[in-house]
Design a protein around this ligand. Structure first.
Ligand code: SAH
Length: 277
C-alpha cells in the first residue's frame, strides 16, 4: 500500500488551536497524499471457532491460519514492528464481530459492529500502534496509553498486548458493554474500559504517554491534550482538509507548550462526538 511522506512542523503554543492551524496549512501544500481507504464465554467462543465461515473451513483455514495470513499481508503493507505484528497475530479478531461477519474478520477492511459504528481496518490498527511505539519516551511495557473509541474492543486488546497499561473510553453504553463481553474471556489484566466521553480524557488516570483517537473530529480539546506527558504522542484522524476528507495526524508534545505535527495517511473513520449515549 502506498505511503505518503509526512509533513513535519513544530511550533510553540497551545496545542490544538495551534496544531490544527498548522496541520491545515501543511495539508494545503500536501496535494499528493495517497488515498488509504482505510471472548465471550468459552462455549460461545468454541461455537464461533467452529462456524468461522464454511468457505474458509472448506479451504482448510483455521482462524489461526487466517490470522497468520493477515499478519503476512500487514508486513507486506509496511507494518514492521515485531511487537505489533505479534499482537495482531495473537488477538482473535473474529471474536469481536458478529458471527455472520466472522469469515471476513481477517480481511483488511472495516466491518460494522452495530450502533452505526465500525471495527477499524487491521492495517489502520497496526499503523497507529506502530506510530505510537516509534520514539515513545518510555519502554512500551511501561507506557500508559489512552484509547478514545473502544467500539467492540479489538484495538484495545491489541494495544494491551504491546503497552503496559491501556485505558479505553467509549461513549455508547451498548458498545462499551459489548466490548466488555468480547474481552472477558481474553482476561487482559492491563486493560481498563470506561463508559464516558473520551473528549474529557481520564484526569484521574493521567498523565498518559500516548493517546489514540479511533474516531475523526475537527480538533481535540486542550483539556484532553493537557493529559499527555511531555514527549508523549497523539494519533488522531482529523477532518482538516476538504469536507469529507480525513487525515491521520501525529502530534508530539515536544515541550510543555510546544507541539510538533505530522500529517500522515488519508483515512476514513466514524465521527468523534461529544457526550455519552
Ligand atoms: N477502536 C475500535 C474502533 C471503534 S469505532 C476498534 O477496535 O475497531 C470508533 C468508536 O469511537 C465508536 O464506537 C464511537 O462510538 C466512539 N466514539 C466517538 N466519539 C467518542 C467520544 N467522544 N468518546 C468515546 N468514544 C467515542
Amino acid at each position: 500500500m502506498p505511503r505518503s511522506a509526512p509533513v513535519k512542523t513544530a511550533r510553540a503554543g497551545k496545542p490544538l488551536a495551534t496544531t490544527v492551524a498548522i496541520a491545515k496549512a501543511a495539508a494545503a501544500s500536501d496535494a499528493k497524499r495517497p488515498a488509504v481507504v482505510g471472548p465471550r464465554e468459552k462455549a460461545e467462543s468454541d461455537r464461533r471457532e467452529r462456524t468461522l465461515g464454511s468457505g474458509h473451513a472448506r479451504a482448510g483455514l483455521t482462524p489461526e491460519r487466517m490470522r497468520e495470513r493477515m499478519v503476512e499481508r500487514l508486513a507486506a503493507s509496511g507494518i514492521r514492528h515485531p511487537a505489533v505484528l505479534a499482537a495482531m497475530g495473537s488477538v482473535p479478531r473474529h471474536r469481536f464481530v458478529d458471527e455472520g461477519l466472522a469469515s471476513r474478520a481477517y480481511d483488511d477492511t472495516a466491518l460494522p459492529i452495530g450502533h452505526a459504528q465500525t471495527i477499524s481496518q487491521p492495517y489502520v490498527v497496526g499503523r497507529m500502534t506502530e506510530l505510537v511505539i516509534a520514539e515513545l519516551p518510555v519502554a512500551p511495557s511501561a507506557a500508559r496509553v489512552l484509547e478514545i473509541g473502544t467500539g467492540c474492543g479489538y484495538q484495545a486488546a491489541v494495544l494491551a498486548q504491546v503497552f503496559g497499561e491501556v485505558f479505553s473510553v467509549e461513549r455508547i453504553r451498548g458498545l462499551h458493554d459489548r466490548a466488555r463481553d468480547n474481552l472477558r474471556a481474553l482476561r487482559i489484566p492491563n486493560l481498563r474500559l470506561v463508559h464516558g466521553d473520551g473528549l474529557l480524557g481520564l484526569p484521574d488516570a493521567a498523565p498518559f504517554d500516548a493517546m489514540l483517537i479511533a474516531a475523526a473530529g475537527d480538533s481535540l480539546p486542550d483539556g484532553l491534550l493537557d493529559q499527555l506527558r511531555v514527549g508523549g504522542r497523539v494519533l488522531a484522524p482529523l477532518a482538516i482538509c476538504r469536507a469529507g476528507e480525513q487525515t491521520l495526524c501525529l502530534f508530539v508534545r515536544v515541550a510543555h507548550a510546544q507541539w510538533s505535527t505530522t500529517l500522515l495517511d488519508a483515512v476514513r473513520f466514524v465521527p468523534l462526538r461529544p457526550g455519552t449515549a
